[in-house]
Design a protein around this ligand. Sequence first.
Ligand SMILES: O=C(O)CCC(=O)C(=O)O
Length: 247
Amino acid sequence: MLKTREPLLTPITEEQYKQFERDGYLLLRKGCSADLIRAFNTHIYELRNQVEVPKWADCEESKKFSLRLFNPHKHDSFSRQMMKLPLIRGVLAQLMGKEANCVQSMYFYKEPGSPGQASHQDYYYIKNDPMTMIAAWVALEEKVDVENGCLWVIPGTHTLGLLPHGDVKNLEEHESWTQETEGIDLTNQIPVEMEAGDILFFSELLIHSSNKNRSKDRWRRSYVCHYIREDSFVTQREDLREKFSLY
Ligand SMILES: O=C(O)CCC(=O)C(=O)O
């Protein structure tokens, strides 16, 4: 019988585990299939394209396919299954040392011309105790690149602790309602270009951001879920207290 306390050896290698520890993130190429991604995008499109949009997903007509859909995993079974992808569950169990629970999901549309999110650490927004949070960012477009507003990261910044965050400085580039890390050299940011089904795992303290979608006609959809270890709790955000098991 399987012993429960021994370190798990799959799905990521020892080298990938160390990479996550060193850099604060890990990119897994082709973590799920392109046809699953297409089906998910179609499903989310149809959800808001109905005459009677469910209350939880409803919004102004002009914003139906812009910005983001918040916490679909709480209401929609396809979004919940995407949150529970077996690969994601396995990687998180390996990185955290125990099973993970999901506390937040976001489906980003990021249509052409829409702003990105200024550099930040996720822990600033979602305090959890003990600190165990990891995000899984799934690319939902054939190409997610610098032009359509991919994610940028600063490797190793997950070791700096929580940094001060202040007002966003560049409102042309970034959403005004977010906050931005202060006192950090952003010239060290590197772009993480991805393809449909690639999954980026990153630590709650890793500094990351995204820029405006400058493409003419390419969206930059992504599905981002935030997970904490099963024995950890969200401490301040009432709206994110509910924990969803991955099994
Ligand atoms: O996808 C983006 O543009 C930003 C997402 C992000 O920063 C996050 O989920 O923490």
